[in-house]
Design a protein around this ligand. Structure first.
Ligand code: N2P
Length: 387
């Protein structure tokens, strides 16, 4: 895998050199007015399209349309719901994407593989809005933050249907513990109303490691085995593993517990309220501690329209745009200019901005080695298929 990545790195670099050479050759050859017109129209064409690949349920509905209106740039917007899906596209090369949104740990190894180009911050007039405390944390994954601009951050938590769960576990059961998903005798009582778990091997296994008292970032195979055993024993009572379907299922009352991304679970709560069908959703950050992640904006090394990507990044960095993003998706944004424009429903929501005592129990994931990743992928597929 490492060899493969090095090879990709070389391919990326080679592609750039070829592109650079072609541009140079073109500018030497293009001395006529026709050529001049060609260059300016192709530069213009570069600016008029932007191919974005972002997480699902992660943008304000009118944000892209407003950007298109303001800039005249046409945005093609695709979505994914796992870092693995994004990484597969990036590593295959020639994804055609100009802007992607990896999480910190995955991003770190992608940077090392040469997947991203450097971002010229002098072209981002709104970069000053970035919360420097958060940026310094992200710098642990990308020295000098050369290849990223933070987009949003959050945790993995538990969303639940208050009435369905109370009915099955009693009024006194504390829903702030991973016991609800990881103790087979508890999960069994919820099997009929439906438990969903993120289909995200690295993230979920780090949370289970932490739950059993091991290092969340452990690469020891015996820790992996111990965590896999915990999940496998509860697995028969799960309805499915998926990383986005739980939003609507929870909102509609089709499942009663989900281990998911905090903002997505809070969106489920909001959608349920709006639907007015009597579905009451609760959210908690597990008291055992959980994963804290940062999602970053990054420009693939071979992005066809990097200038348009920079314009979009600068747009997202605007205080008003970042605030409406946070207000809509229920994720925290690392933007100091947005803070005064946040709805109190968001700024005072402890599920979005956890209090210090909860923050102290959060952990950050580091990139796994390719060797461990292979064991993890195998183990995960065995857990999912119940083998
Ligand atoms: C959005 C999920 C984003 C959080 N649906 C994952 N890092």
């Amino acid at each position: 895998m490492r060899a493969l990545k090095t090879q990709k790195n070389v391919i990326y670099q080679a592609k750039f050199m070829i592109q650079g050479e072609q541009k140079m050759k073109m500018s030497h050859a293009c001395i006529s007015a026709v050529c001049a017109a060609f260059i300016s129209s192709s530069a213009l064409a570069e600016d008029k399209v932007l191919n974005i690949y972002n997480w699902s349920d992660y943008i304000t509905p009118d944000a892209v349309a407003n950007f298109e209106k303001e800039t005249g740039i046409k945005v093609n917007y695709d979505v994914y719901d796992s870092n693995e899906a994004l990484e597969a596209k990036l590593m295959a090369g020639s994804s055609g994407y100009d802007l992607v949104f990896p999480s910190n740990s995955f991003f770190e190894r992608q940077v090392k593989a040469g997947a991203y180009q450097t971002i010229d911050k002098s072209l981002l007039s709104n970069y000053k809005n970035i919360d420097q405390q958060l940026a310094s944390k992200v710098a642990q994954h990308d020295e000098g933050n050369l290849h990223n601009v933070p987009y949003a951050w959050g945790t993995v938590g538990i969303g639940y249907n208050i009435d369905m769960v109370k009915e099955r576990l009693g009024d006194d059961f504390q829903l702030d513990s991973l016991d609800v998903l990881l103790k087979p005798e508890v999960a069994a009582k919820l099997q009929d109303c439906g438990i969903a778990v993120l289909d995200s091997p690295a993230e979920v296994m780090s949370i289970v490691n932490n739950y059993i008292g091991e290092d969340p970032n452990s690469e020891s195979l015996s820790d992996l085995k111990a965590s896999a055993k915990v999940l496998s024993e509860a697995r028969p009572y799960y309805k499915y593993f998926h990383s986005s379907q739980y939003i609507s299922d929870l909102a509609n009352g089709d499942i009663c517990v989900a281990l998911g991304y905090n903002g997505d679970l809070l969106q489920a709560k909001d959608r349920a309220l709006e639907a007015g069908q009597g579905v009451n959703i609760g959210f908690s950050i597990p008291r055992e501690g959980t994963l804290l992640w940062f999602d970053l904006m990054a420009i693939p090394a071979d992005a066809p329209h990097p200038q348009a990507a920079l314009k979009y990044i600068n747009y997202i960095l605007r205080g008003d745009v970042a605030a409406s993003l946070s207000n809509y998706v229920f994720y925290a944004v690392p933007n100091t200019a947005a803070t005064p424009m946040l709805d109190t429903e968001i700024s005072e929501n402890k599920g979005v901005y956890p209090v210090q005592a909860v923050k102290d129990k959060l952990f950050i994931q580091v990139a796994h080695t390719p060797k461990f990743d292979r064991s993890l992928t195998r183990t995960w597929s065995n857990i999912k298929t119940g083998r």
